[in-house]
Design a protein around this ligand. Structure first.
Ligand SMILES: [Fe+2]
Length: 155
């Protein structure tokens, strides 16, 4: 098996971009969510919706890339003991995208000054980012292990 994996490199680079995006997003979410009736609420919620839409688009393409390149399949082949964790990563792709879409919808409802059902939107967006960051971290760790084994430095 060769050590050249240009498509894997692209995925790794995208993980870096996603980490930056998540950090910027966390900065925005670090500020208080305006209350219903507050004149800043519309701008805040509309900005949240836009950032979530940008994230959705980026994630959609990223997950598609991972699936087409077969990153998760290759990891599963190399690390049979991690198969259930890898299967969970695969399932999370659809689940995370769905939650981003639902949070976009809730943000737009809030931008109209109506309270969306469910938990506080800021908290919801924070847990979404936490889940996404954890998801990408597990993938990155596995890919790094694979890289080390290719170089013959794994144990
Ligand atoms: Fe990923």
């Amino acid at each position: 098996m060769g050590t050249e994996r240009p498509s894997f490199d692209k995925v790794v680079e995208e993980h870096r971009e996603l980490r930056d995006m998540i950090e910027k997003f966390r900065g925005f979410l670090g500020e208080r969510q305006p209350d219903i009736g507050d004149e800043q609420l519309h701008g805040w919620a509309a900005s949240l919706a836009r950032q979530l839409e940008t994230l959705h688009d980026k994630l959609f393409l990223h997950f598609q890339e991972e699936e087409q390149v077969g990153v998760l399949e290759e990891l599963a082949e190399q690390f049979p003991r991690a198969i259930s964790a890898i299967k969970r990563l695969e399932d999370e792709h659809g689940q995370i995208l769905g939650e981003v879409r639902n949070t976009v919808t809730a943000s737009k409802i809030l931008a109209e000054g109506k309270p969306p059902s469910g938990p506080d939107l800021r908290d919801r967006a924070v847990s979404l980012l936490d889940q996404l960051a954890q998801h990408e971290r597990v993938e990155t760790d596995l890919m790094e292990r694979l890289h080390c084994e290719d170089l013959g430095t794994g144990d």
